[in-house]
Ligand binder design. Structure first.
Ligand code: ACM
Ligand code: ZN
Length: 670
């Protein structure tokens, strides 16, 4: 390469023939006059070279400072803890050009990862050219967006070969993912006979889980898939082929005579068994061709096929079950490995604290956990800069989790090393994002207002804030102490680092009202995943925003929200309102009715009002609707709220029959 070695170094030697070393093991010796890498294989040598490249820190990567750089005198003996260290890159929801893929392969190599899990087919786009089925890319690679524009793209076979070869040179394995039986609407749009109904559908232009899946009763579907997989195997020499297997709604299969005949003929119990039949049949085909199958943890349902490797995403349980039954598993749980999640859910430290080996897994089963991946789904990642900001710096944490042993890891020490990587990443054209959300807040409601304290993520981050409302006219001021919020409006927070704005302006909407800090009792249970912070969540004066994961929304799955509110004393009330969220792609619907009843003694209630939604369940997009009852002032102390859940996702919906959610925040009494 172009490097000028340190003055005095006269020997650079790479010796990939050491007999006793494991595949990716290496030793790196930097002395006054020599650099020597020993390994047992070229793979090991390549990993050692990456460590050496990483030691060429900031000074080396900057033109101005290059004269002053020095290498440390070190001896490093190193080998990875896990053999499978991957990044899933979803190129279907959004398409990324060949050059972006190559950049990512370079970066994976630099951070000693060894797998690019390439997600190539989806409801929203088929991205790999298949000679035998040209419509997969002619039709299936293109979607019509809601604004009528065309979006899409695909990789030609030449491009794929180039990418695979590029990865091979760097000892990165590219594992293709061809989704089945679900997430296949783009293929069905190209070849409608592959579905249960045979009806023409469009390539999906919205996000979610869709009910059009490959028919399991139709042998021509298996012929199609075997043809596709044959061409896929010609392009990808990887031992593993990923076949998806996740999120396949069984609605069509339940209503399809061909699928039902298959259930009967094969003595299957139900549609889960049918999915298992489907996967096993594909696995036999792959095995016959010398390949191994990986599938998402849903492939456990109805019984795991013989040699399958499970990629655990709905927590660690799938991986544990697989390991306990003697199957290999790859860990990429939503809790730590989903890089499409925002920093509030998964920040750098959270990723760093990930342990792919679950505590409850017996020692003699731990070797079944072959590694992990970070999953970069791209529904909300439209371009390369956005992709970079989601993957970096978090992947540095994942690479260390997968390479090194937990007892060797120390977040503070890692954090300091990460700082040295920003100039390197900048130099490599990576638009890295932030490490964590710059500010967290704590809210303590009281009858006279809510006390809000802010905490910056790091001493170097300072905060300015102001309250913005119709009658307020405040400039930003430095945050030093708890803020009391007793107005309706929006608290705006701007973080700064080194005198520069750090991240976006944060807006926290508030409503001040009579029920703040009143006593709430629940007659139904809210979800552990969407708690709004607990029992004070609905009466803390802070309103849920348009981001349903903002921590302010309280979710009720498949059940009504039934809540009783005690204002503490008799109060004069003239409006009762509650806010609900709808985003039907994520199965969140407005209640079909909200009933308010009131009482002054807590025993005798009057059914007071019943409000129906203004917007229908079919309404797409994300929005908030207020269910308000306004009246002449009455004197009351207790209010019962019953928000009636539609219970099941309606028939017209892709996920028909699943449990519907109610999302609620806040209860506003004035
Ligand atoms: C997944 O996130 N559906 C694997
Ligand atoms: Zn069918």
């Amino acid at each position: 390469g172009p490097h000028v070695p340190q003055k005095g170094i006269s020997v650079i030697k790479i010796w990939p023939h050491s007999k006793k070393m494991k595949v990716e093991e290496y030793s790196l010796n930097i002395k006054n006059d020599s650099i020597i890498i020993f390994s047992g294989t070229n793979e090991g040598a390549i990993r050692g070279i990456q460590t050496l490249r990483q030691l060429f820190v900031d000074e080396f990567h900057s033109q101005e400072k290059r004269d002053t750089w020095q290498l440390p005198i070190v001896t490093i003996k190193d080998a990875p803890k896990f053999k499978h260290r991957g990044l899933l890159l979803d190129c279907s929801r959004h398409f990324f050009e060949k050059e972006v893929i190559k950049k990512y392969i370079d970066l994976l190599a630099f951070y000693k990862m060894n797998v690019l899990h390439w997600h190539l087919t989806e409801d929203q786009g088929w991205r790999i050219a298949i000679d035998k089925y040209p419509k997969l890319t002619e039709t299936g690679a293109w979607r019509t967006e809601l604004d009528s524009s065309k979006y899409g793209g695909f990789y030609t076979k030449e491009e794929i070969k180039e990418i695979v070869a590029y990865a091979q040179e760097r000892h990165i394995t590219v594992i293709p993912e061809i989704e089945l039986p679900g997430h296949s609407q783009a293929a069905i749009a190209a070849y409608p006979h592959l579905s249960c109904t045979g009806e023409q559908v469009d390539v999906a232009n919205d996000w979610g889980v869709f009910k059009e899946i490959y028919c399991a009763g139709n042998d021509s579907v298996f012929i199609f898939l075997e043809d596709v997989l044959t061409e896929v195997m010609e392009l990808f020499p990887s031992e593993y082929i990923h076949i998806g297997g996740d999120e396949a709604p069984k609605f069509r299969w339940e209503h399809c005579p061909k699928c039902q005949k298959r259930v009967k003929d094969e003595n299957l119990k139900n549609e889960h068994d049918l999915q298992s039949y489907f996967i096993s049949r594909i696995e036999k085909f792959l095995n016959k061709n010398g390949r191994q199958l990986i599938g998402w943890d849903e492939i456990l349902e109805g019984g795991l096929s013989e040699n399958a490797t499970v990629q655990s995403w709905r927590g660690m349980e799938g991986g544990i079950t697989a390991a306990n039954s003697g199957h290999d598993a790859i860990m990429s749980p939503t809790s730590h490995a989903y890089f499409d999640y925002d920093l509030k859910a998964i920040d750098l430290e959270k990723v760093y604290n990930f342990n792919p080996i679950p505590a409850e897994l017996a020692t003699d089963k731990q070797h079944y956990i072959i590694g992990g991946e970070c999953n970069m789904w791209t529904e909300h990642v439209p371009d390369e800069a956005n992709l970079d900001s989601k993957v970096f710096p978090r992947i540095l944490a994942m690479s260390e989790v997968l390479w090194s042993y937990p007892e060797k890891r120390n977040y503070e020490e890692f954090y300091n090393r990460v700082q040295y990587h920003y100039p390197i990443l900048k130099n490599k054209g990576v638009s890295y994002g932030e490490e964590t959300i710059p500010v967290t807040y704590f809210l303590k409601p009281s009858p006279s207002g809510s006390y809000l304290s802010l905490k910056s993520a790091h001493p170097s981050i300072t905060l300015k804030h102001r309250f913005n409302c119709e009658t307020c006219d405040t400039n930003f001021i430095d945050y030093n102490e708890t803020i009391k919020v007793n107005k309706t409006g929006s608290l705006q927070i701007q973080p700064y680092k080194n005198e520069k704005k750090y991240g976006e302006l944060i807006e926290l909407p508030f409503s001040h009202h009579l029920a703040v800090n009143s006593t709430v009792t629940y007659n139904t249970k809210y979800s552990d995943y969407y708690t709004a912070g607990g029992i004070e969540g609905l009466i803390d004066s802070k309103l849920g925003s348009l981001d349903f994961r903002d921590g302010s929304w309280q979710g009720f799955s498949g059940d009504n929200a039934e809540i009783t509110l005690d204002l503490g004393t008799i109060q004069e009330v003239s409006t009762i309102s509650t806010n609900y969220y709808q985003y039907n792609n994520s199965w969140i619907f407005l209640p079909k009715e909200v009933q308010y009843s009131v009482s002054s003694d807590g025993e005798h209630y009057i059914n007071f009002d019943s409000i129906l939604p203004k917007k229908p369940a079919e309404e797409r997009g994300q929005f908030i609707e207020q269910f308000t009852s306004a009246f002449e002032t009455i004197k009351i102390r207790y209010i019962k709220i019953k928000a009636v859940n539609i219970k099941n996702v309606p028939d017209w919906h892709e996920a028909a029959g699943s449990e519907a959610w109610i999302f609620m925040d806040e209860i506003i009494v004035k």
